[in-house]
Structures are given as C-alpha cells and as structure tokens.
Design a binder for this molecule. Structure first.
Ligand code: 1CP
Length: 357
C-alpha cells in the first residue's frame, strides 16, 4: 500500500489549537475509547470480524474509527487499534476474550525478556500506519486524527501479568526484585514506542497520546525511577527523529491514569497536554500546574454518563467552570464504558460546545 502524504486541508483545528496554547472558537472534546463497544454499529461489526482482524486491516480499522464521528460532533478521531499490538509485535501471543479483555497466555519470563529486541519491531506495526494513512484521507480534513501507544510501564504490566490485574503485583515484583532486568525491558519498550510513534506521525497522525493506564499502581518513588525518565525520552526522541526525517512536530498528550502523586513532574516531561483521570479535582490540578506551560485534558467520571440528563449537564458545567477557560480539552477521565448510554455522549458533546464560560 502506497503512503500518500498529500493530505486534505484540516477544517477543525480546535484540539491542535488548545494543545498548543492558542484559543479555539469552542472548547474541544473527544472521548477516550470513543470507537468502541458502546456503539451498536461496532458490536455488529465485531460479530463479523475479530478484534485483531479489524486492527490489521486498514479498511476495517478506518471504518470503525469513523463510526463515532458519524454520530457526534467530536473534535478528533482516534485510530482504532490497541496498546497491546506492541507486545504482539515483540512476538507475544495476545487474545481478545469476550467479556474478559486481553489475555497473553504465555506471560513474560526473565529468560524471555532477555531475548527481546526493539530492532524491527516498529516496522511490524506498519499496518497501523497504513490504517492511519487511509483514515486521514477518509476524514477529508473534518477533524485531526490521533495516533497512540501504551507507555512502557503499562505495557510491561500486561506482558508480565498475562493480562489485566487487580494489583499488578507480579509486574511490581520485577521493579523491586529485578530492577536491572526491569530497566532493560522498559528501555526496549521505550525504543519501540519512539519508532512506533514516529511511524504513526509519518503516516498521518496529527496528534499522539501515550496511555500510562497503570500509573495508579505505582508511587512517586517507583514512577520517578521506572517511568519519568523514559516518558521524557519518548517526547524528546520522537521530536528529534521527526526533525531528522524533515517531518513536522505534532502535539503529544500524556495520560497517566492515577498519576496524581506526580502531576508536577508529569508536566515537565515535554508533552503539550496532560490527561487527568476522574479521581482528581480540577481545582487541585489547576493549582498544582498554575505555573506550567501545559494544556489539561479530562476528566469527567465515565460513570457520570449514567446520570439523568439534567444532572449530567450540571456535572459537565461544573467541570468546565473549574478547569476554566483556555488550555483545556474536554474528555472523560478514563475510557467510556461499554454500557454507557449513547444519548449521554450527545449531551456531553453538546454541553461542552454550548458552554461559553
Ligand atoms: O476508540 C478508541 O479509543 C480507539 C481504540 C482503543 C484504544 C485507544 C482500544 C480498542 N483500546 C485502546 C487503548 C487501550 N487498550 C488501553 C488504554 C486506555 C485505557 O486505559 O482504557 C488499555 C489499558 C487497553 C487494554 C485493553 N484492551 C483493555 C483493558 C483491559 C483491562 O481491564 O486492563 C481491553 C478491554 C481491551 C480490548 C479492547 N480494545 C479496544 C476495544 C474496542 C476493546 C474491546 C474488545 C472487543 O471489541 O472485543
């Protein structure tokens, strides 16, 4: 498949403006996991195609990416994929089990970890690039397209646990008992992530987000040792490599779920946008970050979408008031749940766009 970088002009740049500290005409909004299981058309599509078949086939991936855009006036699209395509490209088996989520039947061992290499791994993910390229053209400039990756620690967690976990204690055991091996693994993942994001941007991603969904299982000391330096390297090296390839920089978003214990440090890693999870008070965030040059994204509780329309509107307005005008992108404070009422997503989008704070 040929790479076509002759892209249509962008018509809605609210998110990019907000990310870069410029003032958009309206507060921008997108929804984490917006292309997913709460959409009946996605569930229908999943009856006919397996999860990874959709990820690996650019026509399927772009079709699913566009689904939420046909329903709602969202200000961004996010490419349909999963964070676990990286462990898969590193040679690990990943199954998507209905009602369970991702399962890696052969979790990573110390011996296996010693054989992992970043070399050639991002190239194996070129199918994501092709999906991005096709989707960027199909979007016809309607909204910008997000690329994304899991963060090293979050990927390490799934690889060692063999799936999701309540405590991530097996992965945390590595951090305490095998720090050298942990650093080596995180380093390999960091190298893959850098090349993977550069590839996504080369193929057409206009903004990228790092999901560190498992930050909540660490504390400040562990995060400072095993995460912050690598997250900084990702933001720096992606930009350096883009320059080397004569490609334009794009805004980078860092979402460390449950990373309230080091918000200040997260704001100093070179990302334009910091995603905030639903447990954190907007005023707390604004106060801690008042001297930082950074845009905030978030953080409505995904469960608020179950509230009545009137209550939901109030929750949204309170959030918008508390985050205040400027340097702000509205979103949930984690991914949308599969049983979220579709009408509530409409209310979320309308309330944000109609708010003139
Ligand atoms: O719309 C979008 O956002 C694009 C698609 C997308 C994204 C950004 C999917 C599709 N997954 C992700 C990221 C992702 N995947 C994260 C980071 C965001 C977050 O914290 O929610 C994580 C942790 C995963 C891992 C994963 N994949 C889980 C969570 C498991 C757990 O509890 O730890 C699950 C359930 C999946 C499967 C998955 N990924 C995406 C979809 C639509 C699904 C459902 C599977 C299906 O269709 O059968």
């Amino acid at each position: 498949m040929a790479l076509n970088r002759n892209f249509p002009a962008l018509k809605n740049d609210r998110i990019l403006k907000a990310a870069l500290g410029e003032k958009p005409d309206k507060t921008p909004i997108w929804v984490m996991r917006q292309a997913g299981r709460y959409l009946p058309e996605f569930l229908q599509y999943r009856k006919e195609h397996s999860f990874f078949e959709i990820c690996q086939n650019p026509e399927h991936a772009s079709e699913v990416t566009l689904m939420p855009l046909r329903r709602f006036e969202l200000d961004a699209a996010i490419i349909f994929s999963d964070i676990l395509v990286i462990p898969q490209a590193l040679g690990m088996e990943v199954e998507m089990r209905a009602g369970v989520g991702p399962v890696l039947p052969e979790p990573l061992t110390l011996d296996k970890a010693a054989t992992l290499s970043a070399n050639g791994t991002a190239q194996k993910l070129e199918y994501v690039g092709h999906a991005i390229n096709l989707t960027r053209h199909k979007l016809e400039g309607k909204v910008p397209l997000f690329g994304f990756s899991g963060a090293p620690w979050t990927l390490m967690g799934y690889m060692i646990e063999g799936g999701g976990s309540k405590t991530y204690s097996k992965a945390k055991k590595w951090l305490y008992a095998f720090p050298e091996e942990s650093h080596a693994l995180i380093n390999t993942l960091t190298e893959v992530i850098i090349d993977y994001l550069v590839m996504q941007i080369e193929y057409g991603a206009q903004i990228v987000q790092i999901f560190d969904s498992n930050a909540e299982y660490l504390n400040k000391q562990l995060y400072a040792t095993f995460c912050l330096p690598y997250l900084k390297r990702i933001s720096q090296d992606v930009r350096t490599k883009l320059k080397e390839k004569n490609l334009q920089e794009v805004p980078m978003v860092l979402f460390a779920k449950g990373g309230w214990y080091c918000l200040e440090e997260l704001a100093d890693l070179g990302y334009e946008v910091l995603g905030i999870d639903w447990t954190v008070e907007p005023k707390f965030v604004r106060n801690i970050l008042k001297n930082k040059n950074i845009t905030i994204q978030g953080n409505l509780d995904p469960s608020a979408l179950y509230a009545s329309k009137a209550d939901l509107e109030n929750y949204i307005k309170t959030m918008l008031e508390e985050f205040g005008n400027g340097r702000y992108i509205a979103n949930l404070g984690h991914g949308i749940y599969p049983d979220a009422p579709i009408d509530s997503v409409q209310t979320f989008v309308d309330t944000v766009h109609n708010f003139d704070g």
